[in-house]
Design a protein around this ligand. Structure first.
Ligand code: HAS
Ligand code: HEM
Ligand code: CU
Length: 560
């Protein structure tokens, strides 16, 4: 009884950053819950089953749902998760408290921006999809809300740089601890990457208020993809961070190399941004040699993921062998597959292998002609962001919510089931989408189930369409189980002392940074940031200069 009173007291009094992290993360999961709700409807659409009429009169059409799906999942959930992990982990590692006033300002900015953008989204006044390509024009509140939401991440950048500076002052000459190094390079990458979106937002806001009559669609697309490619690493790197820092330990082993992990994050800082034209191979107005340069740079940015494949697999092998696994592959079975967090990462990484291979197909300039704007593309990225990134977040929530709140995980069996089902559903859906896109050229972003002509044209693909229906049902159940588990965990009244005192499961490294030349080199973060800026200026400067000096503004349109 005494214990209960003690822990009902105030868990956050001695660690206010826990409350901040909890609120950020749960807001992100709330966004994911609503965004994911539309997923099965879209999967049914590609199964030839039009369930959208069921959503009327609340949601008007396919594109309103698809916009909510893309915006809430890919922009809102991902950013909020990054603002949780990439602030909380370095704070814990360094034993420093982030500036709590600014941390809360960032939370309220994110929430305020989200609510402002939500109004036109829910009223069908902003069904412009998460890429908001001009000349599609949304209500100003959408652009303004989105801008405020994204700008809240700039405070997160500051929070981490500030903690890093304080730590360095107190520890001169020491090598930055790994989580902090990852967070610093991550936020610097995001700062450089987000500039395209910031400039685009200025145009779009002015345009939607009527201060300027038109915007140039090609310039808007180019600014969008300047941010739009690196944003996928903004989604991915929190998952990688958790995979390096916590997964080996949770699996019962160690990280094989700390310096290699630093190299990976450094390469992402260098190569994430100057590659955006691989989304614009089909756009006129960009000379092919520029597209070729971005193709080559895209192949470079796959390297850190290949290093990650090696390092994480090797660390898992160390864990499996420590658990008693024998022989060539026996260590795989010896991994703790019944731990829902480990399971989520293992399955997520398995999906990431074909997802990454598909990315190389997309990036291969001429092969891209065959897949661009087909459902192959949602097939690709549901393996990446829909599976690995989302499963890493789901899996992490299973220990992080107890860690932050002191409340034990409820319904562990359901947690495990949700991860198997999510993986299975995504696997089936993405398999079907790849096939339908590559071989039958079925377009993405198409409400085919609402069009008898389209259904007639694509009838050869009926078997694959059936798989989409199956996947939609499985994913719906998976999502239901997952959200039940986390919200029931967070909202229960029970707290346990052991949970409150539990530390972040940071992994020990076998090969350490002390004395490593590689680690010394990566430590010169500002120098590498400068090189990243130069690369961006070289890869984008001349093209952007030309576009800015030859603008062809067009007025807005509403097609929905
Ligand atoms: Fe992509 C389109 C190229 C990675 C997301 N991508 C998209 C879109 C999204 C997206 C959302 O070049 C659509 C945008 C839209 O709406 O139009 N992508 C790539 C390439 C990579 C890549 C080369 N993408 C991602 C990631 C994403 C993401 C990551 C989200 C998180 N993508 C493209 C291109 C397009 C594109 C074109 C435009 C297509 C078009 O025409 O529109 C690379 O970064 C991928 C590198 C990854 C690997 C895999 C490494 C494997 C690992 C797993 C190891 C396994 C282990 C398991 C450890 C090389 C790390 C062990 C397990 C045991 C059980 C033992
Ligand atoms: C688009 C299904 C979860 C991000 C789509 C599409 C389908 C789909 C079929 C293609 C729609 C079209 O092109 O017309 C699902 C299902 C999910 C799910 C069944 C799980 C229940 C997620 C998650 C994320 C995500 C977790 C990211 C975190 C996206 C994005 C698009 C998309 C960014 C593109 C939207 C656009 O083209 O504007 N989804 N999805 N999805 N999905 Fe998902
Ligand atoms: Cu890309």
């Amino acid at each position: 009884m005494a214990v209960k009173t003690l822990f009902n007291y105030d868990v956050y009094a001695s660690a206010p950053e826990k409350k901040y992290a909890l609120y950020m993360m749960m807001l992100g999961f709330a966004a994911l819950a609503l965004g994911t709700f539309f997923g099965p409807f879209q999967a049914m659409n590609y199964g030839g089953l039009d369930l959208y009429p069921l959503l009327k009169p609340v949601f008007q059409n396919y594109y309103q749902g698809l916009t909510l799906h893309g915006v809430l999942n890919a922009i809102v959930f991902t950013q909020l998760f990054a603002q949780t992990i990439m602030v909380y982990l370095p704070a814990r590692e360094l034993g420093l408290r982030p500036n709590m006033t600014l941390a809360w300002v960032s939370f309220w900015m994110a929430l305020g921006g989200l609510l402002l953008a939500a109004v036109p989204l829910l009223l069908n006044e902003a069904s412009v999809l998460y890429t908001f390509y001009a000349p599609l024009q949304a209500h100003w509140a959408f652009y303004l809300g989105a801008a405020i939401f994204v700008l809240s991440s700039y405070l997160s950048i500051y929070l981490v740089l500030d903690m890093w500076a304080r730590w360095r002052k107190a520890n001169p000459g020491k090598i930055t601890p790994l989580a902090t190094f990852m967070a610093v390079t991550f936020w610097l990458m995001w700062f450089l990457a987000s500039l395209g979106l910031v400039v685009e937002a200025l145009f779009l806001i002015a345009w939607s208020f009527g201060w300027i009559a038109g915007v140039d669609p090609l310039l808007m697309r180019t600014l969008f993809w300047y941010t739009g490619h690196p944003i996928v690493y903004f989604w991915l790197l929190p998952a990688y961070t958790l995979a390096y820092l916590t997964l080996p330990r949770l699996a019962g082993g160690k990280l094989v190399s700390d310096p290699l992990a630093r190299l990976v994050f450094l390469l992402f800082l260098l190569f994430s941004v100057p590659v955006g034209f691989h989304h614009q191979f089909a756009d006129p107005g960009i000379a092919p040699y520029w597209k070729m340069i971005h193709t080559v740079l895209t192949m470079m940015v796959a390297v850190p993921s290949l290093i990650t494949a090696f390092t994480i697999a090797a660390s898992l092998e160390v864990a499996g062998r420590a658990n008693g696994g024998k022989g060539l592959l026996g260590w795989i079975g010896a991994l703790p597959w019944n731990n829902p967090t480990v399971l989520a990462f293992l399955l997520g990484f398995l999906a990431f292998i074909p997802g990454g291979a598909g990315g190389m197909v997309n990036a291969s300039f001429n092969l891209n002609q065959n897949v661009h704007n087909t459902v192959w593309i949602p097939g690709h990225f549901h393996l990446q962001v829909g599976t690995l990134v989302t499963m890493a977040a789901m899996g992490t929530a299973f220990w992080l919510i107890p860690h932050l709140t002191g409340k034990p995980l409820v319904a562990r069996g359901m947690a495990v089931a949700s991860q198997w089902l999510w993986f299975l559903g995504m696997f089936i859906m993405t398999f079907a989408l790849h096939w339908m896109g590559f071989l039958y050229a079925i377009p993405r972003r198409a409400h085919i189930s609402g069009s008898p002509i389209a259904m007639e044209a694509y009838k050869e693909s009926a078997a694959w369409m059936a798989l989409n229906i199956v996947s939609g049902v499985i994913l719906f159940i998976a999502a239901f189980l997952f959200f039940y588990v986390i919200f029931a965990t967070a909202l229960q009244n029970r707290r346990e002392p052991g949970q409150v005192l539990a530390e972040v499961p940071f992994t020990e490294a076998i090969s350490k940074p002390q004395g490593s030349r590689l680690a010394q080199l990566t430590e010169r973060v500002w120098f590498w940031f400068g090189i990243a800026v130069v690369l961006v200026v070289l890869a984008y400067g001349p093209v952007l200069f030309q576009m800015f000096s030859n603008m062809n503004p067009v007025p807005g349109q509403r097609l929905w």
